[in-house]
Design a protein around this ligand. Structure first.
Ligand code: GLU
Length: 325
């Protein structure tokens, strides 16, 4: 049985781009008769806002999605909130250390920016130049989450190597993770970083299919390095295009990007929102209204274009009007 998931970060309101990704992840699991897991990625303590987790869950339910396991329904792999799973990340960090791939890094963002001779700016900022690579972590230290907390981060080595995977929408993808450099797996504040937390949880929760936004394509290569180091089974990946505003930039509030909450508060019918979202990626006709459940038989990733979806003002206007009007 396939197991899919959606992993929102409760750092803000869900907008239509997040909603589309959630809908597609849910469709993929449901169309295969599989299980769907909701996991809350709340490790970015500085950006997490109280109450957002519940609001996001309520809005996804309003849209017509449901989940078999999650923070509010429980399940065999609980807890489903990352801040409560630190013990598992500790174990994984130790394994990475045992492989000789973990090192202490005292570099500040500024050090890294200054050291970058040919700055390659990736998902995580400028390329890490490998300054502290030789400060290998002794795997016998009692606690890797406590080790040097407040003083240094822990990074995993990303040696030059081509990491390839077959993506369900984007096709064959190859990245050299060393182009972005060794990456943080435990932050300076002692908390596990996204890359390792996502890998540990997807594996521990038995996730077979990871569907997420295309902004995470190169993260997937880094995560594959961790799957290998931890000797965990690698799931299949499907990255869905991002939604861009009319100016070609990632859809944001300033484009009048609509949040699910806004649509809901204005009395929108979820079927209209689902129809609009599905139409933006070839799964429904423009103007069609249908429930998420009615869309399940239409799931067909080959209809999703790998190109980013440009959302014009006209499309946003139609969404508002058809959903609310
Ligand atoms: N928490 C991430 C986000 O909201 C998603 C990560 C993932 O799906 O792996 O962008």
């Amino acid at each position: 049985m396939i197991r899919g998931r959606f992993a929102p970060s409760p750092t803000g309101a869900l907008h239509i781009g997040n909603a589309r990704t959630a809908l597609l992840a849910w469709l993929q699991a449901r169309a295969a008769g599989g299980a769907f897991v909701m996991r809350v990625e709340d490790l970015d303590f500085g950006r997490v806002r109280p109450g957002f987790m519940q609001t996001q869950l309520d809005e996804l339910r309003w849209l017509g999605l449901d989940w078999d396991e999650g923070p509010d329904v429980g399940g065999p792999f609980a807890p489903y909130v990352q801040s409560e799973r630190q013990g598992l990340y500790e174990i994984a960090l130790r394994r990475v250390a045992e492989r000789g791939l973990l090192f202490e890094c005292t570099c500040s963002r500024r050090d890294i920016a200054q050291a970058a001779s040919a700055p390659h700016v990736g998902e995580e900022g400028p390329r890490y130049p490998g300054t502290c690579r030789e400060r290998r972590v002794d795997p016998s230290v009692p606690s890797l989450t406590a080790h040097g907390r407040g003083y240094f981060a822990l990074r995993a080595r990303a040696d030059a190597d081509l990491v390839c995977f077959d993506d369900g929408v984007m096709g064959q993808q190859c990245f050299d993770p060393s182009a972005e450099g060794d990456f943080v797996v435990r932050r300076k504040d002692g908390v596990a970083a996204y890359q390792i937390a996502a890998v540990v949880d997807d594996a521990a929760m038995g996730i077979t299919h990871v569907l997420r936004g295309a902004d995470l394509l190169s993260s997937t290569a880094r995560q594959i390095l961790l799957y290998r180091a931890l000797e965990l089974p690698i799931p299949s990946f499907l990255h869905v295009p991002l939604m861009l505003g009319p100016d070609g930039e990632r859809l944001a509030k300033r484009h009048g990007a609509v949040s699910l909450g806004e649509l809901r508060a204005a009395g929108a019918a979820p079927e209209r929102v689902v129809g609009w979202l599905a139409a933006t990626c070839g799964l429904a006709e423009p103007g069609e209204a249908l429930s998420a459940a009615a869309l399940v038989p239409r799931w067909d990733p080959s209809r999703i274009s790998p190109q980013p979806t440009t959302v014009t003002d006209e499309m946003l206007r139609r969404l508002r009007e058809s959903a609310i009007g």
